[in-house]
Design a protein around this ligand. Structure first.
Ligand SMILES: NC(=O)C1=CN([C@@H]2O[C@H](COP(=O)(O)OP(=O)(O)OC[C@H]3O[C@@H](n4cnc5c(N)ncnc54)[C@H](O)[C@@H]3O)[C@@H](O)[C@H]2O)C=CC1
Ligand SMILES: O=C(O)CCC(=O)C(=O)O
Length: 429
């Protein structure tokens, strides 16, 4: 077992669950299943490059604050590093390292020619003005200028960032190199080479794999009772698309609390309410307020954690009352909780599959940019759906052939493809 001290500890993770140790444990399980050699396992668990930079920012009141920014490049065996940029107070180097490793397996699982990376800055974005966020993003990008690029490492949005931050990153990078380089980031605005469909892509991918998993047990999204934790980019998109497919979204939440309605929430109305109330959903009139803890134990067909890591732990996994848990967030179910859910016969659609729609459309954005040909949204959605359904089917097949749960099946596919590429490139015997 790799020790967390191999990755410098910046701050303990919120629930004292080391995300990097967890990621390594899943890797070890996959390596065991695949009979990978110890040396190869060692190679795969060490990130290739770990970057921490200081970001001095002048606040609007004139004070200077120095933030820590990270970018971890885990593996580039299959292609350029790829992964989002997170702005959240709980960001640590351990967390970013774990998320970078997840990106490697995710890209390999869905068949993208990318490696894995992740970036992050430990800030609560809502405590910073737009001007301050722009200065932070531009300085962070400048510090990473030699490490990112359309053939090197391609950042994208993650928690707390969006197309706006990607536009600032693209502009800063382009000014530094002297010409416009749209391909340095994905998830950027359409006006500067972004792809149609990227904003909804992660939630759409989740909807697609949930739809397939329900179909496999003779059910459908129409009429399914769905609970979603997180009403940001991913959670809100999943809610809208599942609602459109006829699901009853009986509860949603954000960081401030949740809402419940037994007859199903009016998701378009809730989306409008959030847009008019600075992304807040608490206070929406046509629902019963509930806590995030209550939300995770509601009786439903599908539970979609779409916020943070470590939300379902050994403490509440016994109370989860869902047929399917679809990990739209990265790492929302801990290792121990995963074992409890699997033992209870609950289907866990693992993050590297259930939230891969985002990086799939990032890839499609990159491909469109490189070929200077831009597609309409239907085409983007069709291409994404093909890759998502194919990955889902491969995971099911792997699970059935090897008699292993879906997470291990997904990991063996992702890790196995990277190991094969290492071998074929002559980098490992
Ligand atoms: N944005 C993307 O394209 C992708 C995001 N993801 C993952 O999806 C998850 C959510 O990301 P985004 O939707 O982009 O972030 P976001 O910043 O747009 O939204 C996050 C949502 O989670 C809520 N939240 C935060 N803390 C919470 C808590 N303690 N309890 C309940 N809700 C809480 C926030 O209020 C907000 O509604 C993250 O794990 C991220 O890594 C995964 C793949 C791609
Ligand atoms: O779109 C991307 O490149 C990466 C998205 C991401 O960070 C993730 O899938 O966790």
């Amino acid at each position: 077992m790799v020790s967390s001290c191999e990755i410098p500890l910046v701050a303990p993770s919120p629930a004292h669950i080391c995300p990097f140790d967890q990621a390594c444990s899943y890797l070890e399980q996959a390596a065991k299943e695949l009979n990978l050699e110890r040396g190869l396992l060692e190679l795969l668990r060490h990130p290739r490059k770990v970057i921490t930079v200081s970001i001095p920012v002048k606040r609007d009141n004139g004070e200077v604050e120095v933030l820590a920014g990270h970018r971890v490049q885990h593996c580039d065996i299959l292609g350029p590093y790829k992964g989002g940029t997170r702005y959240h107070p709980a960001v640590t180097l351990q967390e970013v390292s774990a998320l970078a490793m997840l990106m490697t397996w995710k890209c390999a699982l869905v068949g993208l020619p990318y490696g894995g990376a992740k970036g992050g800055i430990a800030i609560e974005p809502k405590f910073y003005s737009v001007g301050e966020l722009e200065r932070i993003t531009r300085r962070y990008t400048t510090e990473l200028i030699k490490d990112i690029g359309p053939s090197e490492d391609i950042p994208a949005p993650d928690m707390g960032t969006s197309a706006r931050e990607m536009a600032w990153m693209m502009d800063t990078y382009s000014m530094n190199v002297g010409h416009a380089v749209p391909g340095v980031v994905t998830g950027k605005p359409i006006s500067i080479g972004g792809s149609r469909g990227r904003e909804m892509a992660t939630g759409r991918g989740t909807m697609i794999v949930v739809r397939e998993a329900l179909a496999d047990i003779g059910k459908s999204l129409a009429g399914a009772r769905v609970v979603i934790q997180g009403f940001g980019n991913v959670g809100a998109a999943a809610a809208i698309l599942m609602h459109q497919a006829g699901a009853k979204i009986i509860a949603v939440s954000n960081a401030d609390g949740g809402l419940y309605s037994d007859i199903g929430l009016d998701i378009p109305a809730l989306k409008d309410y959030a847009a008019q109330n600075d992304k807040n959903i608490v206070g929406y009139p046509n629902a019963i307020p509930i806590s995030n803890a209550e939300l995770l134990t509601l009786s439903c067909d599908v539970l979609v954690p779409a916020a943070l890591e470590n939300q379902i732990t050994e403490k509440n996994a016994h109370q989860v009352d869902a047929t399917i848990v679809a990990e739209a967030a990265n790492g929302p179910v801990t290792l121990e909780a995963n074992e409890i859910l699997e033992a209870r016969g609950i289907t866990v659609l693992p993050d590297i599959l259930a939230n891969a729609g985002g990086v799939v459309v990032s890839y499609l954005e990159w491909v469109q940019g490189l070929s200077y040909v831009f597609w309409d949204e239907d085409r983007v959605n069709r291409e994404m759906e093909l890759l998502m359904v194919q990955a889902y089917r491969q995971v099911i097949q792997q699970s059935e052939q090897r008699h292993i749960p879906l997470r291990l099946a997904a990991y063996t596919l992702g890790v196995g493809r990277v190991a094969q590429a290492l071998h074929d490139r002559g980098l490992y015997p």
